[in-house]
Every structure is written in C-alpha cells, then in structure tokens.
Design a protein around this ligand. Structure first.
Ligand SMILES: O=C(O)[C@@H](CO)OP(=O)(O)O
Length: 248
C-alpha cells in the first residue's frame, strides 16, 4: 500500500489579506511560494517520492504542486486535476473580509459559516464579481453539479468519488500519491480517512504548505490517526493561525 501525502497550498494573496476565497482563483503570495518550496524540500529530505500528483483546478494548488515538485526535482511526475479537489465554495462570502464579517454577523454565525459541517453560507448570485458562473474551466460540468455555495458535507460528497475513482487505485497499486489541494477539501478528506465526527471536524484546521503523510492499511484506514506532518512544530503554530483567522 502506498503512502498518501496531503499538501495544502501555500499562503494565497487573499489568505494574507484575510478574505474568504473559496472558488475564486487567487494566486500564491510570496510567502506562499516560499512555503510551497519548503514543502517540496521537506518531501525530498524525508525521501518521499510520489508516483503521481493530484491537484484542484485552482492556481494556488496547481502552483504549490509545481513549486514543490521543482524543489524536490520531481517535475516529471504525472499530474491529474479535478474540480472535485477545489476549495469549498464559500457562496456569497467569497471576496468578503473575514474580520468584518465576524464583526457584522457575530462570532457564532461567523464560525457556523466557517466550520459547521452542514450549514452553507448564502449562495452567490450569478452576476456577482466573485461568481464562477461562465468560467470556461467548468464548462463541461453538468449545471446541477456547479455549486453556488457549499458546506463541508457537500465537499465530502463531491470529493469522495474522486478519492475512490482516481486516488485509491493508485494507492492500491503501491504508489505514493501527492494531493495538493485546499484547507477545506483536505479537511473533507481527513474527515473521511480518520472517521472524524461531524462535530469534531469543526475543530480541525490544516496549515499551508506543510506535507501531511498518511501510511494506510490495506482497507485504506490510516495506520496512525491524523497522519504525520513532516514539520510538526511549524504545523502547530500554523494550525493556530488558521484557526484564528478573522479574530485579530
Ligand atoms: O477562504 C477560504 O476559502 C478558506 C481557506 O483559505 O478559509 P477558511 O479557513 O476560513 O475556511
């Protein structure tokens, strides 16, 4: 059984500005580029050599994978991309300031929108400047699958077919697989792998740019719950920072 390596993209320009991002195709910040490079160096130092790479169709994950593979001298790996690994669609909150939203709606509502399992933010209007309506990269997506908002449960539902159809067969064949994606699509995958409850998943945050490695049993359950970050000390601080976004 191969290893599974999860890599959240490095800090994006909107992470740095404290804005809800979701499906808006925001680039990495210079810090995010450095984090992606560090992520690749950590992979190389640990002797982890993926056989295949999967990313979302958003450039912050695509560029993170490119930069990490560059740092690990693994440019040649086959890469597959899917909208099913995209960040959670943040609905009408896309482009909004997190701290301002928290102030306007209160801590409880803010956290329900950010971390509750089954309450999505209000849907985004098709004419909203931050809507993905009409974006050519989703042209082949059946209209009923195109989200206008998502809760984490929706992400689990749309991510799992890709996990089973594209990633599991590669792991079953014995290859190590790198998945470069997003805070909430990776939370959905971790929830599935570790069997985290709908309540407990609210407290789980994933840091940017630090590879999280899962060794898996034959039934694809983790050998060690929660996997292992390649830089556990840096992960601790970075997890706290994600948790507190919008509060400071
Ligand atoms: O804005 C977003 O799309 C996500 C990830 O950056 O933020 P949050 O951690 O608040 O879910």
């Amino acid at each position: 059984m191969g290893k599974l390596v999860l890599l959240r993209h490095g800090e994006s320009v909107w992470n740095a500005e404290g804005l809800f991002t979701g499906w808006v195709d925001v680039d990495l910040s210079p810090t995010g580029e450095a984090e992606a490079r560090k992520g690749g160096e950590l992979l190389a130092a640990a002797g982890i050599r993926p056989k295949a790479v999967h990313t979302s169709v958003l450039k912050r994950a695509i560029r993170t994978a490119n930069i990490a593979l560059d740092a690990a001298d693994l440019h040649w790996l086959p890469v597959e991309r899917s909208w099913r690994l995209n960040e959670r669609h943040y609905g009408a909150l896309q482009g909004k300031d997190k701290a301002q939203t928290r102030e306007e709606y209160g801590e409880e509502q803010f956290m329900v929108w950010r971390r509750s399992y089954d309450t999505p933010p209000p849907p985004i209007a098709d004419g909203d400047p931050y809507s993905q309506h009409g974006d050519p990269r989703y042209a082949d997506l059946p209209p009923e699958l195109m989200p206008r908002t998502e809760c984490l449960a929706d992400v689990v539902d749309r991510m799992l077919p890709y996990w089973y159809d594209a990633i599991v067969p590669e792991l079953a064949a014995g290859g190590t697989v790198l998945v470069a994606a997003h805070g909430n699509s990776l939370r959905a995958l971790v929830k599935h792998l570790d069997g985290v409850s709908d309540e407990a998943i609210a407290g789980l945050n994933i840091p940017t740019g630090i590879p999280l490695v899962y060794e898996l049993n034959d039934d694809f359950t983790p050998r060690k719950a929660g996997g292992e970050y390649l830089d556990p000390e840096a992960a601790k601080d970075a997890i706290e920072a994600v948790k507190n976004q919008g509060s400071k």
